[in-house]
Design a protein around this ligand. Structure first.
Ligand code: FES
Length: 566
């Protein structure tokens, strides 16, 4: 009896032969021949949605993957999963990442297939895809939708969404008119694809390429380019080959592969969000990845890629400059080259061959003259963040990276929205803005609210120290301390900060300290009450089971059994 492809995961009737006969009968109703039904099955995970602009061309990518699967002798079967469009979800897409990961895992396990091509792109979709696929345990090829092209406002090039934020800041300061901001709005997102800067989507794509889960060169090709569809076709072939070689994610995503991922995250000046996602994927595989691992590579990894939000260029420039393979070749001596990739070659093998640095371009820098000598992300710890917090120093005003100031506290997102622009707000540019209760449980869902808006009364001020348990968009910039753990909503010290307290941020000393004596803190702690959580539905499940940021904000019951209750 057939024991692969369509015969996987048979519906239970207590008679396997009967189950297979019934399944084939219903599958043949879709016009598939008996011959086709005997081939190995590649499940293609389709994340198209009218509520996800970044995935607009996914149906065409699915068609291209199918071509590749047929060519390699497999049977492609497409199925949908939840799609997470960053700008179309309330309260934030992060709250639904774990839901999508559960859906991906459950549907891979429950349906008949031998391998998977997971198509995603918008920020949370590839992390969710990899979390689910890692737990499901089948060979998986990651295929990103690819970035959008940059647009133009008059003579100026623009790209989502660093320029969205820059123009909005100018509008708030009165430097752009109502008419002007409408024109910007109409031109910021000119094509299909993910955000065209080194935001979260581009960063996770680069990191997944470095970690060997997709075709070499697969991260940076824009969604509208013909090459994107050739990559999709090739991904289909790769999935069929991976069935034979049994290249499951646990063989590819080893601790060394994650260390390579963290290196690349630093070298591309990538998004802080990707740290949380990598912790979550690692947790699914029983790999202990910590903020100390990130900190270890920080001082020894140069930033080589000059893209917004911390640099100048856009993802289409990065693609034309050679994309991630150039970065990987420049970093070669810092990478573990013996790790396996989905191509069936080790990273070292696919980086072999003649190579000359593309000296005609300035977006990717050679090792001998990096953009910055050390990595963009650092970890700070202290009484305010015993398990750590993250600062993107590459996107911060260097004058503020070592700073002590007076706390100006917002109790939650609503409080911030109501008071931040009040003329009565007692604040100066030397203060430290503090946002509480915006972490995984607090908001809930750890929204990208950590880059607090600079109060309108601080006219002309472009940066100020901001600290919170929230995340920040990968396209944002500023001196922003994020992912403080433990978060305020579980009683972390962040919950006890009051207006006027002194706070020190020292990136040089990797320190984040609240200067309040123990007796006073004990008094505040005795009066503290946990905010009320949701009472039903997915929100309740999320609130009950989400873990802290340093563990990836995954659900406790979805992490690998070997990870224990840390
Ligand atoms: Fe989808 Fe930015 S909104 S990647």
């Amino acid at each position: 009896m057939q024991n692969h492809g369509i015969a996987n995961a048979l519906t239970e009737y207590g008679d396997r032969q009967f189950s297979l006969y019934m399944r084939r009968a219903f599958a043949q109703s879709m016009g598939l021949s008996r011959e086709a039904l005997e081939k190995p099955v590649v499940g293609i995970i389709n994340t198209f949605s009218d509520l996800n602009n970044c995935h607009r061309d996914v149906p065409r990518l699915v068609e291209a993957v199918k071509r590749g699967v047929w060519q390699a002798g497999g049977l492609p079967l497409e199925f949908p999963t939840i799609s997470l469009g960053e700008l179309f979800l309330n309260p934030s897409s992060m709250m639904f990442r774990n839901l999508m990961a559960m859906d991906v895992e459950a549907m891979i396990k429950a349906q008949p297939m031998d391998a998977v091509v997971g198509i995603g792109g918008c920020d949370k979709t590839m992390p969710a895809m990899l979390m689910g696929a890692a737990s499901a345990g089948l060979p998986t090829v990651a295929l990103v939708t690819g970035p959008m092209l940059s647009g133009a406002v008059g003579a100026e090039r623009v790209g989502a969404c660093t320029d969205c934020r820059r123009y909005w800041g100018m509008y708030r300061r009165g430097e752009v008119t109502d008419e002007g901001i409408d024109k910007v709005e109409a031109n910021l997102v000119p094509t299909s694809g993910t955000c065209g800067v080194m935001g979260t989507a581009s960063t996770i794509a680069c990191v997944l390429e470095a970690m060997g889960t997709m075709l070499p060169g697969g991260a940076a090709v824009p969604q509208v380019m013909a090459e994107r569809y050739r990559i999709a076709e090739e991904s289909g072939k790769l999935a069929v080959a991976a069935i034979g070689s049994k290249l499951t994610l646990d063989r590819i995503l080893t601790k060394k592969a994650f260390e390579n991922g963290l290196r690349v995250l630093q070298a591309v000046g990538g998004s802080t969000n990707v740290v949380v996602h990598l912790m979550a994927i690692a947790g699914r595989l029983g790999i202990r990845l910590t903020l100390d691992d990130l900190e270890r590579v920080s001082e020894t990894t140069p930033v080589l890629v000059d893209l917004k939000p911390s640099g100048q260029g856009y993802m289409d420039d990065f693609f034309r400059s050679g994309g991630l393979p150039v970065v990987l070749r420049e970093l070669k001596d810092l990478l573990h080259l013996d790790v396996m990739t989905i191509t069936g070659q080790t990273l070292g093998q696919w980086l072999e061959g003649p190579y000359e640095f593309p000296g005609w371009q300035t977006i990717i820098r050679p090792r001998k003259s990096p953009l910055q000598a050390v990595g963009g992300l650092v970890v700070v710890k202290g009484n305010l963040a015993p398990h750590g917090a993250i600062v993107k120093r590459a996107a911060a005003d260097p004058r503020l990276l070592n700073h002590t100031g007076r706390a100006v506290v917002f109790k939650n997102l609503q409080d911030m929205a109501e008071r931040v622009d009040s003329p009565d707000l007692d604040i100066t540019a030397d203060d430290v803005m503090v946002l509480q209760n915006a972490g995984p449980k607090g908001a809930p869902g750890m929204p990208e609210a950590g880059c607090l808006p600079i109060p309108k009364k601080l006219k002309g001020v472009k940066d100020i120290v901001r600290i919170s348990d929230a995340r920040m968009s990968g396209t944002a910039f500023g001196t922003v301390v994020l992912h403080i753990t433990p978060e305020a909503a579980v009683g972390g010290l962040l919950a006890l900060v009051r207006d006027g307290d002194r706070i020190t941020l020292s990136v040089d000393k990797r320190e984040l300290t609240l200067h309040v004596d123990e007796a006073e803190l004990a008094k505040r702690r005795a009066a503290w009450k946990a905010p009320k959580g949701p009472e039903r539905g997915y929100e309740w499940l999320y609130h009950q089971h989400v873990q802290q940021a340093h563990l990836g904000a995954d659900f406790d019951f979805l992490r690998h059994a070997g990870m224990g209750g840390e």
